[in-house]
Design a protein around this ligand. Structure first.
Ligand SMILES: [Fe+2]
Ligand SMILES: [Fe+2]
Length: 250
């Protein structure tokens, strides 16, 4: 009887139920999770699945998200550490930049922390585009590109960390060079550039910034859908659903 259990027993029972549920399920990774580790053209390796059902909803290994998830719910339940984004947003605020750019700083790396790394500026911009000003999406999209190109007028240098990470001979792909030139001539160039200026590379692991510090900024500039992110039929709703339910078979 549930009421007779203490909280530890309840937690153990819940774990047990989750393990039993897992044993009844077939969970298949999307091609993109494994592409490179294996050749995507190879036939999939499948365990025998007699009597098992393919996962078509919530993954029992993950914390369950609320029915109408908010932006902060994704930070809490699906994204990796947000410390870098939070510290960048706080720095931007300290530097007195427009609140919209503070929001852009808060959002700029959500793709690397919760979705897909390659072209993370583009993915993050697309995720938030239906809910923010065009200028915010622009800044997020192009910060990735502008990171590779210095701008002495605002004191932005090519990051030392990039030399370490990518080697001294690394050159951005031609499409990035073209995107850079496009951004350079755009009326919102400085918005994207300010994001790179406040994009803290060596952030302080001892400084703790809480999401709640930005509740008002998000409230004013991120238009949360009443149905919850993923369920509002926006052009990026399916992407939020995929983050919520990353292992659904279809
Ligand atoms: Fe970034
Ligand atoms: Fe960043």
């Amino acid at each position: 009887m549930m009421s007779a259990m203490n909280s530890l027993q309840r937690a153990e029972a819940a774990d047990h139920a989750a393990i039993e549920e897992l044993e009844r399920l077939v969970i298949v990774k999307s091609t993109i999770y494994t592409s490179g580790e294996r050749d995507p053209r190879d036939p999939p390796e499948r365990q025998p699945d007699q009597g098992k059902l393919y996962l078509m909803g919530h993954d029992p290994r993950l914390p369950r998200m609320p029915e109408r998830p908010t932006l902060f719910d994704f930070y809490r339940y699906r994204f990796g550490s947000a410390a870098h984004m939070l510290q960048s947003a706080r720095l931007a605020q300290k530097n007195g930049v427009d609140e919209k750019i503070v929001l852009a700083c808060l959002l700029h790396d959500i793709a690397t922390s919760g979705f897909i790394r390659a072209d993370h500026g583009y993915w993050a911009a697309q995720l938030v585009e239906p809910y923010v000003d065009e200028e915010v999406a622009f800044a997020i999209r192009y910060h990735q590109v502008l990171r590779f190109y210095p701008d002495e007028s605002v004191g932005y240098r090519y990051p030392d960390s990039y030399v370490r990470l990518f080697g001294p001979d690394f050159r951005p792909e031609p499409y990035l060079e073209r995107a850079y030139r496009h951004a350079r001539g755009h009326k919102w160039y400085m918005s994207a550039r300010l994001l790179t200026v406040n994009d803290l590379y060596s952030f302080d692991p001892n400084v703790r910034v809480e999401l709640e510090e930005f509740t008002d900024v998000v409230g004013r500039h991120f238009h949360q859908p009443a149905e919850g992110l993923g369920f509002d039929a926006s052009p990026s709703a399916h992407m939020w659903r995929t983050i919520n339910w990353p292992t659904r078979y279809l």
